[in-house]
Design a protein around this ligand. Sequence first.
Ligand code: HEM
Length: 362
Amino acid sequence: MTTPPLHWRRLPLLALGMASLLAALAGGLARLHWRFPLVTGSWITYHGPLMAGGFLGTVIALERAVAVGRRPAFLVPVLAAAGGLALLVGLPRLFGATLLALAAAGLAALYATLLARRLTTHTATMALGAACWLAGNLLWLAGWEIPTVAPWWLAFLLLTIVGERLELSRFRPPGRLGERLFLAAAGLYLAGTALTVVQPGAGWRLLGVGEVALAAWLGRYDIARYTVRQHGLPRFVAVCLLSGYLWLALGGCLALAVGAPPGGDLPYDLLLHPILLGFVMAMIFGHAPIIFPAILGRPLPFFPRFYLHLALLHLSLAARIAGDLTGLLPARGWGGLFNAVAILLFLLSTVAAIVAGERLRG
Ligand code: HEM
């Protein structure tokens, strides 16, 4: 049996994406008053764009470049990784924001080439996600404050993931009614995001309704409802997804209740992290065993210990959100700290699994 080639040239891009993740984690913890050596002001200020653009923008663009399979497509993750690096080393915002805007434009162009090949709802949904990333980065480049731009980065991540789930639901097509309900839910969500530009309060409430509707749609039509009955990796992936949909629904209810609080306020944290940690990070935990082998060309065997970082993520996030709701700052602080521990445990567990996979191949 021939050994598949290791795509070592993709490793520096993944490493830069991970560097953005680690800097963003340290910056986020500093905003919860945890003090660590070497943390710079730019990691704290740019926690959001480092996470959404430098880390997730790079990984999503790399995954798509692999799917398109043409060398020029890899320019997109290079731009995203360079944007993250510019923020990480503390260059003026203009550099990072420009590179991330170019990466978002490139990602939208990649989807346009896929759509030109075949027009599908799932690719159109992911393309809309890339368009939201571009809109957010252009607003940020134009000088808008991060709290007013954050809904667009949220939409980038949410629509990308929902589009991927829609792509995978082709094994159990949702049918005409299901397709229409999906378009209605995604439409509500996008309308809310757009409305935040002119009426932040009403916009956040409407996108909250969209989040609840999308969570209900995914809970009803995602194949995870069936694969959760299987064993091993399919069940783990399904548990990550279904638990993430609960956070998406809760995040939507909170947005409906809270509206648009100013940045820096406890309620602001309530709007963001049930989605960004409970939904987005849980999706990453579930998709990593599928995405990393596709990117690296190396197997990533499943281990039951993967449930540890997932359980820690959910428990620590519940503590953090309870702290935000009650004003109990220690719950928020310690919850946030263990959010970071869960993500670090995920990274360690994933690398250990890849190494174990190499050994198993002998
Ligand atoms: C251990 C994990 C994390 C910690 C400790 C953390 C911490 C924080 C804090 C304290 C804030 C400010 C909220 C406020 O002003 O009340 C914040 C904002 C934000 N976070 Fe996180 N976060 C984490 C994970 C994430 C993840 C995974 C993402 C994205 C995928 C993310 C994206 C954002 C964004 C976009 C903002 C708004 C940025 C701003 O207003 O400057 N965070 N985060």
